[in-house]
Each structure stands twice: as C-alpha cells, then as structure tokens.
Write a protein that binds this ligand. Structure first.
Ligand code: ATP
Ligand code: MG
Length: 306
C-alpha cells in the first residue's frame, strides 16, 4: 500500500492571527476514498486549499504522489483535480470549451474523445454547446467536476460535492466517484452528510477546530456501530451470572440489578427472545428491558461537541 497524499505538521494561521489548522498529520493511501467530516469552520476547505496550492501553509509539509507541493509544485499540481466548494462560473463559455480549456491549463494536449467521455459520464453531453449561465445549479456542480477531471488527475478533491444537490444527483455523483476509484483515482471528499461518508468512504476522518480528532476505517467504525445493547432490569439483584447464561457473555451492572447483552446486528447471534426465555428458565425475573444503539451521528456529535 503506497501513500498518495502525505500531510505532516501542517498549520495555518490566517492574516489577522486566526489559527485555522493546528499541526495536521494525515496520510491518504493510493486508490482510497477518504471522507473528511467536520462542522462549519473546522478547516476542511483550508486544508484542501493548501494541498491544491491556493493557500499558503504557515508551517508543515505536503507531498502528492511524492512531490512536494511547494518545491515541486508543477508535478504535484498536475496530479490533482479540485472540485471547489463555491460555484464559480465563466458564464458566457460553453460547457465543452470550458472543460477543454481547463485541460489546456495543465499543459495537456487536446483530447476531444476524453472530454466527451467525461461529459457523458456526468450527463452533460447534451448540454455541451450550452452557455454555462443556462445550466441549472446541479448541472453547474457537475461541470465543476468535469473541469476537475479534464486533465486526468490521479487524485481528486471534492469539497462538499453534494451540498444543495438533489437526492438523485447525489446518487449519480456517488456512482461516478466509485467509478473513478475503480480507475485508480484517489479521492478525498469533505461533507457534512454522515450518510455520504457511510456510503462512500473507505476511511473517515473528523476535523474539529483545526485539529484532526479521529481517523478510522469505515468498516471498523461501522462494526462498532453495528452493535446493539439490550439491558434487562432485574427484580432482585444477582451476585453472579448463572452458568446457564454463559453463552450470552452478559455484563452485570447497577450492583447486580441489571444485565446487559451486547449483540451485533449484522451477524448471527442468539436472539433476544432466546435470552428472555433463558432468563425465565433460570428463574430470573425482570421489571423492564431497554435497547440502545449508537450511530455514526452520535459518535460524530459527541466528538465534535467535546
Ligand atoms: N481568508 C481567510 N482569512 C481569515 N480567516 C479565514 C479565511 N478563510 C477561512 N478562514 C477561517 O478559517 C476557519 C476555517 O475555514 P474553512 O473554510 O477551512 O472551514 P470549513 O471546514 O471548510 O467550513 P465549511 O464546512 O463551512 O465549508 C474559519 O473560522 C474561517 O472563518
Ligand atoms: Mg468549506
């Protein structure tokens, strides 16, 4: 596994003294989809803007494909495509020429067949001769993606690609991004939508107030999240869990007044009705039961609020 993007000890203090990024360390693996989650103002756009050469870092080092973004910026930038958060439009250009022009900016030879492929994949081919100002908001967003892909980048940054995009288009974009990953493109996307991170990402990072506070495989997170707990409140406290219930690996709580069973909703497990029947069989009476399940959203909210 090789590293596509390496960010080390990166800090950003904006003019006026505001610290937007504090000692960020992050490695993105070649070919992965990494979702960066964080509330407004956390520093997501600042981080992406530094990597893409739009904003200068105050300290630290970034390499893309092994190329330093300062010392070797041409090589670094030719590997990068950026879909910015803000819609910017050259209103009077046509879709096709805007995307072709973007390719030219990177010094790549014209390749109409490739541009056609990109526009078709984004359902913009029918609009290729339209002036940009005649496109809808969602089409403009797709055009930004087309422009970012115009020079065949190896790493794509998507800064809130689906903000203000309808459900259907969001699904299309997810499919497009997955297709890019299949072509070996490394992807870093920022989002406010936890669902989007769940759907798309191989790994998830959370940034808060300029600091990365969590980086984890999605599968690991989802595994933790796939667990539910059933707590049984007992009529009379138990000193120990009877042998007959060993299979459930129950935990005693509340000084023996409660038993908690943790089970994985994604896997086969002894059913909770079995547990309740076995409790009856063991002569253990209970007053109440309740279940709890944490979601990615719970984890995110508690991390961000801390
Ligand atoms: N040019 C600037 N000068 C001063 N402060 C800035 C500048 N650009 C951004 N900031 C500040 O840096 C912080 C991080 O901003 P940034 O745009 O990176 O956040 P973000 O995580 O992308 O937020 P959002 O989810 O709203 O897009 C914010 O407090 C913002 O006000
Ligand atoms: Mg932003």
């Amino acid at each position: 596994m090789t590293t596509m993007l390496s960010v080390s000890h990166l800090s950003k203090i904006y003019e006026g003294g505001f610290t937007a990024l504090k000692d960020i360390n992050l490695d993105i693996r070649r070919g992965e989809i990494f979702a960066l989650l964080g509330p407004n103002g956390a520093g997501k756009t600042t981080l992406i803007s530094i990597i893409c050469g739009l904003v200068n870092a105050s300290a630290g080092k970034v390499t893309v494909g092994g190329h330093d973004i300062v010392d070797d910026y041409r090589a670094a930038r030719s590997l990068i495509g950026l879909v910015p958060q803000e819609l910017t439009t050259d209103a009077f250009e046509t879709v096709f020429s805007a995307v072709s022009f973007s390719r030219g900016l990177f010094g790549k030879a014209p390749d109409p067949a490739y541009i056609e492929k990109v526009l078709r994949s984004l359902s913009l081919w029918d609009k290729r001769n339209n002036k940009i100002m005649t496109l809808s908001g969602g089409m403009k967003r797709r055009l930004l993606i087309a422009k970012a892909l115009s020079h065949e980048p190896r790493m794509l940054f998507l800064d809130e690609p689906t903000a203000g995009v309808d459900v259907e288009l969001r699904r299309d974009m997810w499919n497009l991004v997955r297709g890019l990953r299949e072509d070996g493109v490394t992807i870093l996307l920022t989002t406010h939508y936890i669902e989007e991170a769940e759907e798309m990402a191989d790994r998830i990072g959370v940034i808060r107030k300029g600091e990365i506070i969590l980086v984890e495989n999605k599968a690991t997170l989802m595994h933790q999240l796939g667990k539910k707990q059933l707590t049984v409140h007992l009529q009379t406290p138990l000193d120990a869990v009877p042998e007959s219930l060993a299979a459930y690996a129950l935990e005693r709580g509340e000084d023996g007044h409660a038993l908690t069973y943790t089970y994985d909703t994604e896997r086969e497990h002894p059913g909770i009705t079995d547990l309740l029947a076995d409790l009856n069989a063991a002569g253990i009476g209970f007053k109440d039961v309740n279940t709890t399940q944490s979601s990615l959203e719970d984890i995110f909210v508690s991390l961000v609020k801390k």
